[in-house]
Design a protein around this ligand. Structure first.
Ligand code: GYE
Length: 283
């Protein structure tokens, strides 16, 4: 499995799910972490090809730039399963894609925010890793909804690379530049929202009250922030892909027919019942 990194709570839960499931099934897993660098991830795939593994799972850091190495895997007779993130390659270069509907997540974030602010907001957006499938789609899906609300304006949009540290830095800059003009934050993941919450508090405003915040993932940290009244909603993106991944991997290796896209099941969560739900959450 060529994992892309360990940038967020989501990713840590995703990695844990994959490793735990392999253990439970007694599958021999070679796990490589590319530390958020595409060249490292390409190198990881090449290593796995040389090791003659039966099947390669990968969460491509960005959408483009995969054709060459995927062709090498194909030539070696090793099927590729895209897990979590898509790659922009011809369909014959991968067996299946297991992951979320990022476009719908972006739309849901837009719908939720529109309701929260009654169609009136000056929004800053914290974008995920530039060129990644979730950042591309969450950007697009959100705009599809927002364009129907003339009172909702995106005043700035900047990448925080899906990390808490960058989310805070970008929000610091936004606050310096626009100050109290900002009434809402849309963060492509919870970690960046948590960073933004810190920045807003340091600036002397109340996150969740003075500035409404909606993000994506539904991680533990997001639930805690909702319980503290600092985050207004989180749209679920499920990282616990291990069981479905190995189920697909086995089918692919056995030559069974699998769908080209296997979507994961997801919801939306709000502060009202966050404390009740949190204990039952696995990430
Ligand atoms: O939302 C974010 C992570 O690819 C869906 O990557 C994943 C995203 C997730 O860093 O927290």
């Amino acid at each position: 499995f060529a994992q892309l990194g360990a940038e967020s709570e989501w990713r840590v839960a995703n990695t844990k799910s994959i490793k735990e499931t392999a253990d439970q099934l007694g599958v021999e897993l070679r796990f490589l972490d590319a530390q958020q660098k595409q060249d490292k991830q390409i190198e990881a795939v090449r290593k796995l090809i040389i090791q003659k593994v039966d099947v390669i799972g990968i969460s491509p850091i960005v959408e483009t730039g995969w054709e060459e190495v995927f062709r090498e895997a194909k030539a070696a007779g090793i099927p590729i399963i895209l897990s979590d993130r898509r790659a922009a390659v011809p369909e014959d270069l991968y067996a299946t894609y297991l992951g979320s509907d990022f476009l719908e997540e972006g739309r849901n974030a837009g719908r939720v925010l529109a309701k929260l602010v009654n169609g009136e907001a000056k929004i800053v957006e914290l974008v995920g890793t530039v060129g990644s499938a979730p950042a591309n789609d969450r950007f697009k899906g959100f705009r599809e909804i927002i364009k129907n609300y003339p009172g909702m304006k995106i005043i700035d949009s900047e990448s925080g690379d899906f990390t808490r540290a960058r989310g805070k830095e970008v929000m610091d800059t936004f606050l310096k530049q626009y100050g109290k003009t900002i009434t809402a934050v849309y963060a492509h993941n919870d970690d960046m929202a948590l960073g933004a919450i810190q920045a807003i508090e340091n600036y002397g405003l109340k996150p969740g009250v003075d500035i409404k915040i909606v993000s994506i993932d539904a991680s533990h940290g997001a639930f805690e922030a909702m319980i503290a009244g600092k985050l207004n909603a989180t749209v679920e993106c499920n990282p616990l892909l291990g069981p479905q991944f190995f189920d697909l991997a086995l089918k692919v290796v056995n030559g069974d027919i699998v769908p080209k896209w296997v979507p994961s099941r997801e919801g939306i969560f709000y502060p009202d019942n966050a404390a009740e739900i949190l204990p039952g959450r696995k990430y």
